[in-house]
Write a protein that binds this ligand. Structure first.
Ligand SMILES: *Cc1c(COP(=O)(O)O)cnc(C)c1O
Length: 387
């Protein structure tokens, strides 16, 4: 029996939370209309813009990541609008459901789970839309359910060339893990959530909104109240919120963003990149196969096939023996894959530990030799030494 309180979260959210951020959370709340809180909102807003690499407004909403995505959709579109939804996993599927729920006409561009979306398909559909009926392209940058990163840079270029459609992008597991230059790629709406790359517990979501998207909000006729972004924009002019925000989570956000600024964007991205490479190459040395297309590996989550082993059973052993929580497969992938989250507050030790734990269990089960255990660690070390 493992001792309590040593649980290591290696799932794609909630992610581990630094001590400093936990301490900020445990402070006594303050009034959300106070000058002190306004100062805090001013500081977090500025740092959120830095993280998004944008001059656009970035709003904070109390709610999970889905709230930010839903807000993006219902504030900029109207019933009956035609939208393209990219779908190559569970989250892509969710945005199709949301779009349909609000009466949008969905053109689905999909690809098999584990493969990336094909940018050329977006190009084709957008180019054929001479009447400019397509009002938005909705897609997931890093598809957490499969560990695939989609080529947002190219797709966003095709969206810009269309000139009318807005981009509404789920960057929940890419923002703060790899480069998402909102202004450079001219992304209209970018949604993210606190329990992912931000190193904060769940409860806050973030949305950046371009001028073009604000203009679209004037035309939108989908009903909304709590998620009406114009209310948030108006309040933000005085560094305030329309409703009571999760004050303590904002304390935490302030600390976390300061930590991120201290580390710097390039260092954050290269840390995620080397961790991705260390894990993906180590598991191959352990004779396991990656679920995602190797040229499109997400920076924050690695999905691994277990083939003749039950992935749920494997996860249970890792949890019982090592107190490491891994994620399972969703839907038809349940039992077939497990997923290692390496997003946010993760260091080289976490990576070495999880690779060792996986190796240990495979060795115990007689699936691999001692030589392969050693090779996996050597491979991981090689990637971790970089930078
Ligand atoms: C976690 C996640 C979300 C948000 O989910 P919530 O549970 O609403 O916070 C959205 N998209 C992706 C890709 C995610 O990984």
């Amino acid at each position: 029996m493992a001792i309590q309180q040593k649980l290591s979260l290696m799932i794609p959210g909630p992610t581990p939370v630094p001590e400093k951020v936990l301490q900020a959370l445990s402070k006594h709340p303050i009034g959300h209309r106070s000058k002190e809180f306004q100062d805090l909102v001013e500081s977090t807003t500025e740092n959120l813009k830095w993280l998004h690499q944008t001059q656009n407004d970035v709003l904070t909403i109390t709610g999970s990541g889905t709230a930010a995505m839903e807000a993006g959709i219902i504030n900029t579109l109207s019933r009956g609008d035609k939208v393209i939804c990219g779908e190559n996993g569970k989250f892509g599927e969710r945005w199709v459901k949301v779009a349909k729920e609000f009466g949008l006409e969905v053109i689905k561009i999909d690809s098999e789970w584990g493969n990336p979306l094909d940018p050329e398909e977006f190009k084709k559909v957008l180019e054929e839309d001479k009447q400019k009926e397509i009002k938005a392209v909705i897609l997931t940058h890093s598809e957490t359910s499969t560990g695939v990163i989609n080529d947002l840079e190219t797709i966003s270029r095709y969206i810009r060339e269309h000139n009318t459609a807005l981009s509404i992008i789920d960057c929940v597991t890419s923002l703060g893990a790899c480069n998402v230059p909102v202004d450079e790629w001219q992304l209209d709406i970018v949604a993210s959530g606190s329990q992912k790359g931000y190193m904060i517990p769940p409860g806050l979501s973030f949305i950046s909104i371009s001028q073009k998207a604000w203009e679209a909000t004037e035309r939108s006729n989908i009903p909304k109240f709590y998620l009406n972004l114009q209310s948030y924009r108006k309040s933000l002019l005085s560094n305030s919120n329309p409703y009571t925000p999760a004050v303590n989570l904002v304390f935490a956000l302030d600390e976390a963003l300061k930590m991120m600024r201290e580390e710097g964007l390039d260092n954050i991205f290269s840390r995620h990149s080397k961790h991705k490479l260390a894990i993906s190459n180590a598991v191959k040395a352990l004779n396991l196969k990656l679920f995602a297309d190797e040229n499109y590996l997400s920076p924050s989550i690695t999905a691994i096939k277990t083939e003749e082993m039950d992935a749920e059973e494997f996860r249970k052993i890792i949890k019982n023996n090592f107190d490491i929580l891994l994620a399972g497969g969703q839907d038809h992938l349940k039992g077939k894959i497990f997923r290692v989250g390496h997003l946010g507050y993760v260091n080289d030790r976490d990576i070495i530990t999880v690779i060792s734990a996986i190796s240990n269990v495979l060795f115990d089960l007689g699936k691999i030799t001692a030589k392969e255990v050693g090779e996996a660690l050597v491979v991981a070390t090689k990637y971790l030494e970089k930078n």
